[in-house]
Structure formats: structure tokens, C-alpha cells
Design a protein around this ligand. Structure first.
Ligand code: CTP
Ligand code: MG
Length: 171
């Protein structure tokens, strides 16, 4: 494991990280938003719940795109490539987060309830899957090391968001 590939992997997943945190901040402006599941249920349980909105999906994708552009500009790398990677990473993060909520609802867990591992890593897995799908190959060891870091980072940032009253729950 070298620091170089750890850093290269970070460039691909940083847009997913900024995207994942963005709906909480943006929802201060768009309010409750428009639920993606349109209020529909499956077997008496919400498909996704009120915490997954179209506004959040769009915000995460745009924030991922902007993060990619900043990476390209700051590191003097092809900006169009990094903008695309950023958008895909951000969109993948939002998809993973949606799949995470879908699983939580099927397990009977209400919106905002804690689901260890799922809450912290669903967006990360979503971003990795989408990036893999478009041909990005990251080193497995760096992906695992970042999973551990992201797990604790997510807990710390969400606790901070709770303390700042951005979130009503600390997870
Ligand atoms: N959010 C959103 N749209 C998304 C993702 C998140 O509007 N696609 C906003 C919602 O206001 C949500 C908040 O970001 O409440 C925090 O996201 P998250 O913790 O993923 O959702 P929870 O409300 O905890 O719901 P769930 O139990 O389904 O994870
Ligand atoms: Mg949550």
C-alpha cells in the first residue's frame, strides 16, 4: 500500500463525500423537498421515505460535479474528465444512499433511525459501483482503507451536523 494510490483513490471518492453531506445543508433552502418515492409504500412500509428527495439527488450530483471541477483546476488535471468523474461519483453516492434507505425501510426501520454500517458506507459503495461501471479501477487496499476512514469521518461529521442543529439525529 503506497500513499500515492491512497491519494489517487481519494480524488475519485472526494466528490462522493461532499455530495453525501450536501442535501442536509441544501435542505435548509429547499425545505422538505419532493420525495422520490412519491409517498408510495411497499408491503405497508414506505418505499424510501421522506428523507430521499429529488432535490437531494440533484444537489448531490451537482456538488459532486463542482468538486470534480475543483480537483481538475487545483491539481492542473483535465477538467472535463474530472468534472465527469465528480458528477458520476456524486450521483453514485446519492444512488447508494437511496439503496441504503430502501434496505432500511424493508427492515422496518423508520426514517432517521440508526443503521450501523449502512448509514456510514451506503453512499461510498454506491459511488464505487458507479465508478467501476464506467471503467474506473481503484486499488482494493486503498478502497478498504478509505472505507475505515469514511466510517469514522461520517460519524464525526454527522455528530457535528447534529450539534450545529443541521440534523435532528446524530447519525
Ligand atoms: N436528503 C434529501 N434527499 C436525499 C438525501 C438526503 O433531501 N436524496 C436530506 C433529507 O433532508 C434527509 C437528510 O438529507 O433527512 C439526511 O440524509 P440521511 O441521513 O441519508 O436521511 P435520513 O433522514 O436519515 O433517512 P434514512 O433513514 O432513509 O437514511
Ligand atoms: Mg440518516
Amino acid at each position: 500500500m503506497d500513499l500515492r494510490s491512497l491519494f489517487e483513490t481519494l480524488l475519485y471518492i472526494l466528490p462522493a463525500m461532499t455530495a453525501n453531506g450536501s442535501p442536509v445543508v441544501a435542505s435548509r433552502f429547499y425545505g422538505k423537498g419532493t420525495p422520490i418515492d412519491g409517498g408510495r409504500s411497499l408491503g405497508g412500509k414506505r418505499l424510501l421515505g421522506d428523507g430521499k428527495t429529488w432535490e437531494g439527488l440533484a444537489t448531490g450530483t451537482i456538488v459532486g460535479l463542482l468538486t470534480g471541477i475543483i480537483i481538475g483546476v487545483l491539481l492542473d488535471r483535465p477538467v472535463a474528465y474530472w468534472a465527469s468523474i465528480g458528477a458520476l461519483s456524486g450521483f453514485g453516492a446519492m444512488l447508494g444512499d437511496i439503496v441504503g434507505s430502501f434496505i432500511k425501510r424493508r427492515l422496518g426501520l423508520p426514517r432517521g433511525s440508526p443503521a450501523p454500517l449502512l448509514d456510514q458506507l451506503d453512499f461510498y459503495v454506491g459511488a464505487l459501483v458507479v465508478l467501476y461501471f464506467v471503467g474506473v479501477r481503484l486499488s482494493l487496499s486503498s478502497v478498504i482503507i478509505w472505507a475505515v476512514i469514511i466510517f469514522f469521518l461520517h460519524r464525526a461529521t454527522n455528530y457535528l451536523a447534529y450539534k450545529l442543529k443541521l440534523k435532528s439525529v446524530p447519525h
